[in-house]
Design a protein around this ligand. Structure first.
Ligand code: GLU
Length: 293
């Protein structure tokens, strides 16, 4: 009997150029490169720059320079998400035509005020896995006239997934395969914990969840290797894959590297930025040792 042809594994490192890369990114990039090398796979680089107010070309150049210095090699051309807004829009339109998307108008401040008032009167407003309050759901049921009127008179709006309708459109439980540093095996996806997630905003014509899901499929990514901070977001990605009929990659969420104060690293964490470490005389092999790869 002949063996079925083995698919070449495809990995990707997907930084957002809204700050300098730090040690956490180094771990992600090096682990992707290592897993690709060990499996005879390909490594792609995707620049996640849909947030046009925070990302810029200078920071993108800095990301490329840091990767180059680290010795992480990836295939060209590099994909830049800001060049593919029309693709995300097509995916969004598919969901809209099935009645799964609605426009939402409350500002962050309005949601916050509502949550505070509710909690001050003794209630407990539901939170998502990152601790943010879930978006109120009443705009799911606005009449067509009210919607049109608000669209005409409100400066900004977002388009959100109606989680309840989306779950019933899929109609069966979802799961994903996980091999990372937290829970492993077949993990039950629980997208409802995120409420009505944003898919598009007036000022960012896409969302992280939508762009990452569409691009992983578009680029044929078979293995998503990223930090454990995105473990729960995978539930939303599985839901979007199911709704859009996209293949499901395998997932590996790796441990996070914390800063000297024990907190998660942020892009503003100056002293763990790779550029700062390089200026202090650290070498790429020091960085590998620091992140344990
Ligand atoms: N762009 C995201 C970040 O820099 C990572 C997205 C992903 O790997 O799915 O945090």
């Amino acid at each position: 009997m002949t063996e079925p042809p083995r698919q070449t594994p495809v990995f990707r490192f997907a930084p957002s150029p809204n700050g300098r890369l730090h040690l956490g990114h180094a771990l992600s990039a090096l682990l992707n490169a290592k897993m690709a090398a060990e499996t005879g796979g390909r490594l792609l680089l995707r620049i996640e720059d849909i947030d046009l107010t925070r990302c810029n070309l200078e920071l993108e150049q800095a990301v490329l320079a840091d990767l180059d210095w680290l010795g992480v090699d990836y295939e060209r051309p590099v994909r830049r998400q800001s060049e593919h807004f029309s693709l995300y829009r097509t995916a969004l339109d598919q969901l809209t035509s099935r009645g799964l998307v609605y426009p939402s108008f409350l500002t962050r401040g309005e949601v916050k005020a509502r949550v505070t008032a509710f909690e001050e009167s003794g209630g407990r407003w539901p939170r998502d896995p990152d601790g943010a309050p879930l978006y109120p759901t009443e705009e799911r049921d606005l009449s067509l006239e009210d919607r049109a009127q608000k669209l005409a008179t409100t400066e900004r709006h977002a388009l959100r997934l109606d989680m309840e309708k989306a779950l019933s459109a899929v109609g069966h439980p979802l799961s994903f395969q996980e091999t990372g540093d937290g829970e492993r095996g077949e993990i039950s996806a629980d997208p409802a914990r995120w409420g009505d997630v944003v898919l598009w905003r007036s000022d960012t014509p896409a969302s992280y969840h939508l762009a990452v899901t569409v691009d992983d499929a578009e680029q044929g990514v078979s293995h998503v290797v990223r930090g454990l901070d995105l473990f729960h977001a995978t539930s939303v990605h599985r839901l979007l894959q199911a709704l859009l009929g996209l293949p499901q990659p395998a997932y590996h969420h790796h441990r996070l590297i914390s800063g000297p104060d024990g907190r998660k690293l942020s892009k503003s964490a100056g002293d763990t930025a790779l550029a700062a470490l390089r200026n202090q005389g650290r070498t790429p092999s020091d960085i590998r040792a620091l992140v344990g790869i």
